[in-house]
Ligand binder design. Structure first.
Ligand code: 6PG
Length: 474
């Protein structure tokens, strides 16, 4: 019986699809779900000689060849801890427990440390690509013990998405919570990219008067060029879809409040922890929060005044400007996420190679995009590049779009259309390229009211001034 290569625990859609993907690649998979019904459903709906249903954890563990490899696909949070508690007494030193959910990286580190005491290896593995990706090839971001990873690498390499050059979108990333950290930042960038696309849609809808079918064409065209990406592609599809009952564009019938499960918020929180600015990702998280305040917005819409949107007669120029703005802003969102990864890696000893991270994001994951080829190339050419914006190819790409980027944002501001992600990206760019920022004045204010001291540009040391006395003396 102990002949199975891996167990998959938790058979919601991601777990089911991963189990099927692994089985399809010739590995013997023992599957288990808390409710037996779902286990039965999987093996009856998708029968595969490589999928063996198990109805209790003892049988499941006994079905595995050592070192036992178990992939947990349960909801992030307490459910993971509860499952580990149940499994631990059944496992032996050398066994490998893999958490493939969107767990918080600190939880992963805590679990890895606790399990290490029993000699059990714990891998925190980010898996991206949604249901389709899980079934046909996800992007996989593994972290934890390197030797333990080597024992699961053949399975992950077989099931991962293939980049255009044929390489699998998986690579060992680093120790501890490195894999889940990279997945968290992937999601932060995902939030940023989604918000940038949503703002571009809104600007063209309200600011150029384009309806959903017309916008579907715009996004489909964009997907042929430098913006080519999964999120642009699905946006074109979404804008094309019509409600079966009313025949109206379905997107127009969807309530405008966005949900979130936490990974975007964690990215923002940790950026504050590490002191790394990621304003475009933060804007995306905040706009989901603001979108959720629907009732208040409805009231405010009746009370607060602003300029009315004045759709241009000829939308072509605005469409081109928004396309440029979206691409330049997208580069900034990636630059911010990658800068956060760099800082976290330095601080926590992950040893991340950003070229590798970009390489495994090229296919399978939600943020897969043509741009990632160039990002990977930029970090391969210069592994210690401090910021993506400094890579010559990206500096040039933004410079080319600079004027159009500003035109798009000016149009939004003039018409009262909120574009916090697009504009935060531009402000990030302008601030990052400012040799001198007005922080000198902030330092003076801090010193004035709190004697916090300041440094000077003309001599070394720290200084305090009695500002009111200095002014009075004049
Ligand atoms: C992925 C996705 C996925 C994630 C939701 C985001 O990479 O496949 O990031 O893992 O769970 O898409 O979640 P919320 O928008 O609900 O926060």
């Amino acid at each position: 019986m102990a002949q199975h290569d891996i167990a998959v625990i938790g058979l919601a859609v991601m777990g089911q699809n991963l189990a099927r993907n692994i089985a399809r690649h010739g590995f013997k998979v023992a599957v288990y779900n808390r409710s037996a019904e779902r286990t039965r459903e999987l093996v009856t709906t998708h029968p595969d000689p490589n999928l063996t249903p198990c109805f209790d954890l003892e049988t499941l563990v006994a079905a595995l060849q050592p070192p036992r490899r178990l992939l947990l696909m349960v909801k992030a949070g307490e459910a993971v801890d509860r499952m580990i508690e149940q499994l631990q007494p059944l496992l032996a030193p050398g066994d490998i427990l893999i958490d493939g959910g969107n767990s918080f990286f600190r939880d992963t580190e805590r679990r890895a440390t606790a399990l290490a005491q029993a000699g059990i290896h714990f891998l925190g593995v980010g898996i991206s690509g949604g249901e389709e990706g899980a079934l046909h090839g996800p992007s996989i971001m593994p972290g934890g013990d390197r030797a333990a990873y080597a024992a699961v690498a053949p399975i992950f390499e077989a099931i991962a998405a293939r980049a255009p050059d044929g390489t699998p979108c998986v690579a060992y990333l680093g120790p501890g919570g490195a894999g889940h950290y990279v997945k968290m930042v992937h999601n932060g960038i995902e939030y940023g990219d989604m918000q940038l696309i949503a703002e571009s849609y809104d600007l063209l809808r309200r600011g150029a008067g384009l309806d959903a079918p017309a916008l579907a064409e715009v996004f489909a065209t964009w997907n042929q060029g430098e913006l080519q990406s999964f999120l642009i592609e699905i946006t074109a599809d979404i804008l094309r879809a019509r409600d079966e009952e009313s025949g109206q564009p379905l997107v127009d019938l969807i309530l405008d409040t966005a949900g979130q499960k936490g990974t975007g918020k964690w990215t923002s929180q940790d950026s504050f922890e590490l002191g790394v600015p990621i304003p475009t990702i933060n804007a995306a998280v905040e706009m989901r929060m603001l979108s959720a305040q629907k009732e208040e917005r409805v009231t405010a819409a009746q009370t607060l005044r602003g300029p009315a949107a004045r759709p241009a007669h000829e939308p072509t120029a605005l469409i081109e400007a928004v396309r440029a703005a979206l691409y330049a802003s997208k580069i900034c969102a990636y630059a911010q996420g990658l800068a956060l990864l760099r800082a976290a890696s330095d601080e926590r000893g992950y040893g991340l190679e950003l070229a590798t991270v970009a390489r495994i994001w090229r296919a399978g994951c939600i943020i897969r995009a043509r741009l990632l080829d160039e990002i990977s190339a930029a970090f391969t050419a210069q592994p210690d590049l401090p910021n993506l914006l400094l890579a010559p190819a990206f500096a040039a790409a933004i410079a080319e779009r600079d004027a159009a980027w500003r035109r798009a944002i000016s149009a939004a501001i003039a018409q009262g259309i909120p574009v916090p992600a697009l504009s935060s990206a531009l402000h990030y760019y302008d601030a990052y390229r400012s040799e001198r920022l007005p922080a000198n004045l902030i330092q003076a204010q801090r010193d004035y009211f709190g004697a916090h001291t300041y440094a000077r540009i003309d001599r070394p040391g720290l200084f305090h001034t009695n500002w009111s006395e200095l002014v009075r003396r004049r």
